[in-house]
Design a protein around this ligand. Structure first.
Ligand code: ASP
Ligand code: MG
Length: 417
């Protein structure tokens, strides 16, 4: 017998029929004797509608009231799933964030989870009661409802799994796992059986939209084995009862992965823009004077490259920002000119960052060289390169995105055979 947290996303609970289907997944695990807590999202499209209503009511609105409105979507699905489960003879009870309580900080709209008291839920496991928890919400120190930022139900689920010391957190969604790259642009992408937390963190940050990035961080910190699987699989298919090996992708500690590939996946993010500051002064405080104001303006900066200056007087600084933030970033930078003393700002939008990810590259040489050779064959020009222990990111023209992703996917042996 195990303890499980099951999370179902918006498309999985989009209408009553689908909620019934979800209930069959839940019942299967209950019938197998497991303790089960379920976390649900709002019905597909609901949160967008609620956010839209807030904006329509007033473009500038109180974040506490925004939370009161947008948290309602999950209240509805939690109640409905409990009703359907009860009708199927499963002992179930819904829980809102404040009832658990799931405590958050006071950043309304983008709150972070603090403490979760799982004791009531655990006590009811003894009566074989299923907890159906509204995702995306908690209670802030001001005693008001707080929401966790878009996609936050993933984080609710992982945090609850940590609090309940669950054996696994199953994230049921509309895709059947995590792929070696985006199957829409690379048909040879394969579903991975396992991926390490760190790799998944990179994949999620770089645009693999299966999970909220924050949920992966939490899973990594608390070592919550997290399993991505499809809610559209037949709940009663024989392979679904294979508890240790159901269809999907396990995100886990690298030690659990016996056959580690050097490269596990290729991620990409389009709509990047590059900014180069030519000849900024080469002295202490200059980087702070550039990136401080950008951070204050809420611009998300990535791929920072600074060269060693030739003369010791000035150097070039290049970095990327999302294309949508380019105008704002340039505006901010123009105001720092007195302090940073650059000659010129050059910028270009319409770029893509392609990244090769794998913890195996820590102990292998030549991984980066392989990527560069492959891109040279296309040929595609490399504009900037950054690396970490487990990742190589390359900035290229967006026109080459598909081709570059497919070729890198092949060259590292990731293609489906
Ligand atoms: N319903 C919320 C959203 O759409 C939270 C979630 O589904 O994860 O962002
Ligand atoms: Mg989601």
């Amino acid at each position: 017998m195990a303890r499980l947290v099951l999370k179902f996303g918006g498309t999985s609970v989009a209408d009553i029929d689908r909620i019934r289907n979800v209930a069959r997944h839940v019942k299967r695990e209950v019938d197998a004797g497991h303790d089960v807590a379920v976390v649900v999202s709002a019905m597909a499209g609901k949160t967008n509608e609620l956010v839209g209503w807030c904006r329509e009511a007033s473009p500038l609105h109180d974040a506490r009231e925004y939370d009161a409105v947008v948290a309602s979507g999950e209240q509805v699905t939690a109640g409905l799933l409990a009703i359907v489960l009860q009708a199927m003879g499963v002992n179930a009870r819904s829980w809102l964030g404040w009832q658990i309580p799931l405590k958050t900080d006071d950043a309304h709209g983008v709150a972070r989870i603090g403490d979760i008291d799982g004791s009531d839920i655990i006590r009811r496991f003894e009566e074989k009661q299923v907890a159906v928890v509204a995702g995306f919400q908690g209670i802030a120190p001001d005693n008001r409802i707080a929401t966790l930022g878009r996609g936050g139900s993933d984080t609710s689920a992982v945090a609850l799994a940590a609090a309940l010391q669950a054996d696994r957190c199953d994230i049921y969604t509309d895709v059947d796992g995590v792929y070696t790259t985006d199957p829409r642009i690379a048909p040879k992408a394969r579903r991975m059986n396992k991926i390490a937390f760190e790799e998944m963190l990179e994949m999620a940050s770089l645009g693999a939209k299966v999970l909220q990035v924050r949920s992966v961080e939490l899973a990594m910190v608390h070592k919550v084995r997290t399993f991505v699987r499809s809610s559209f699989d037949d709940p009663d298919a024989p392979e679904m009862s294979d508890f240790d090996n159901p269809p999907g992708t396990l995100i886990c500690d690298e030690e659990e992965i016996v056959e580690q590939e050097v490269v596990s996946g290729i991620a990409y993010s389009k709509d990047e823009a590059q900014i180069s500051l030519r000849r900024v002064a080469d002295r202490p405080g200059v980087a702070a004077a550039i990136f401080g104001p950008l951070a204050d303006a809420g611009v998300n900066v990535d791929m920072i490259v600074q060269n060693i200056s030739e003369s010791g007087e000035a150097t070039d600084m290049t970095f990327t920002v999302p294309s949508a933030d380019l105008a704002k970033a340039v505006d901010v930078l123009e105001k720092t000119k007195a302090e940073t003393g650059y000659d010129a700002i050059q910028s270009e939008a319409g770029l893509t960052k392609v990244s090769v990810i794998g913890i195996g590259m820590r102990s292998h040489t030549g991984v980066a060289a392989t990527a560069f050779k492959e891109l040279a064959k296309i040929p595609v020009n490399i504009r900037a390169i950054t690396t970490s222990e487990i990742k190589i990111s390359i900035l290229i023209d967006s026109d080459f995105t598909e081709l570059a992703v497919r070729r890198l996917h092949s060259v590292y042996g990731l293609d489906k055979v």
